[in-house]
Design a protein. Structure first.
Length: 235
């Protein structure tokens, strides 16, 4: 079966209509830009603060919105029908993630503008942000398949919201608690490291390892998502 953008766009349009009718979910789009505007007016110029807002955007938009879109399908008993439709797994997952991806990039770009953030190498930072968005979309999709309602999705995402929004501060305690050194490999921490290196005039070769770590997270979460998705198809 060839990949059909017509099926992807049909799923995308359906998600957009569902999303626009759900004010409780759509309101999260404005949380990060509002925080960015607040910190921007205060003159905050810390790279850690900027990326705390960016990582919060990833969790609240990419992961949470995605989780809610999938959970809403389950709540309305339409996910099963979608799985059994002529659309392939790739088409369904692409269509279900496209809206969340576009909103994530928009929210990140708007927050960066309000924070007056201009990275020295937009290519490296852009690549890292896109890779990070793919990971959080995979996380949201995976959690959404376990949630039975939008309300349950809101609860499931909370621990991840704390870890991935503020996890960069955990690394400061690594010297006292060696077990916390594992947090250095979290995708949000790797994104911050890339941003810091870019500000020190690093090139692609200097951040290749960090990008590789994020790519590994994407592969793992994507594999888990596909396995769970296909398992749900035959349940």
């Amino acid at each position: 079966m060839t990949f059909s953008w017509r099926r992807v766009s049909a799923i995308f349009i359906k998600d957009y209509k569902d999303f626009s009718r759900n004010f409780a979910v759509s309101s999260v789009l404005f949380v990060s830009p509002i925080l960015a505007a607040f910190y921007g007016r205060m003159g905050v110029d810390s790279i850690e603060t900027k990326y705390m807002i960016f990582n919060m955007t990833f969790v609240m938009v990419a992961a949470f919105v995605q989780c809610c879109l999938i959970a809403e399908e389950t709540e309305k008993n339409t996910l099963r029908g979608l799985m059994l439709s002529p659309a392939s797994t790739a088409e369904i997952l692409s269509g279900k993630t496209l809206l969340s991806f576009l909103f994530t990039i928009f929210s990140i770009a708007l927050s960066a503008f309000l924070l007056d953030y201009h990275p020295k190498n937009i290519g490296i930072v852009g690549a890292a942000i896109i890779l990070s968005a793919l990971f959080y979309l995979g996380l949201g999709t995976l959690l959404g398949m376990y949630a039975k309602s939008v309300m349950e999705a809101s609860v499931l995402i909370l621990p991840f919201m704390i870890v991935f929004s503020f996890g960069t501060f955990v690394t400061a305690l690594a010297e006292k608690y060696p077990i916390l050194k594992a947090a250095e490999y979290l995708p949000n921490v790797q994104l911050l490291e890339i941003a810091k290196n870019v500000e020190n005039n690093a090139g692609f070769a200097d951040v290749l390892l960090n990008l590789g770590v994020i790519a590994i997270w994407i592969i793992v979460i994507s594999a888990l998502t596909v396995v769970v998705f296909r398992k749900r198809m035959v349940d």
